[in-house]
Design a protein around this ligand. Structure first.
Ligand SMILES: [Zn+2]
Ligand SMILES: [Zn+2]
Length: 136
């Protein structure tokens, strides 16, 4: 009971404090401090991973895996353009996180799938992946 009252009082105090000039200055100081900057980087990293995770899960299943060799380690997976044109599309959408965010914004356009970097690069270089029977 005592803790509850204490919490309410503290919340009220904190809200008032965080809206005051002194509170705003303290938040700014925190954001510019080493600890605050590190925290902001961590938050951004989480957001980036989230966008990537949503896209990989949409195209590669849950949990996502390579459409060619079933590689499932998250770190190895990437988005592949089934009919090519990946370089152009990535240029138009932006790199890294922006690419994934753009796909989400566009409602997951068709023609994409999840491949691991091995299969992705093999197809980029030679037009096929050694995991599959060679065409021709
Ligand atoms: Zn693969
Ligand atoms: Zn492969």
């Amino acid at each position: 009971m005592m803790t509850m009252i204490y919490d309410i009082v503290m919340n009220k105090y904190n809200r008032k404090y965080s809206q005051s000039e002194k509170g705003k200055a303290a938040r700014k100081r925190y954001a510019q401090s080493e600890k605050g900057r590190l925290n902001a980087v961590r938050c951004n990293k989480r957001q980036r991973q989230r966008a990537r995770n949503i896209v990989l899960t949409h195209y590669g299943g849950n949990p996502p895996k390579c459409a060619c060799c079933n590689e499932f380690h998250y770190e190895f997976l990437t988005i592949d353009h089934i009919n090519g044109g990946g370089g152009k599309d990535r240029k138009a959408r932006g790199d890294g996180t922006r690419f994934y965010q753009s796909l989400i914004k566009d409602g997951f356009p068709p023609g994409l799938r999840v491949l691991c970097y091995n299969c992705h690069l093999a197809r980029g270089f030679s037009g096929y992946c050694p995991h599959q029977p060679r065409p021709g």
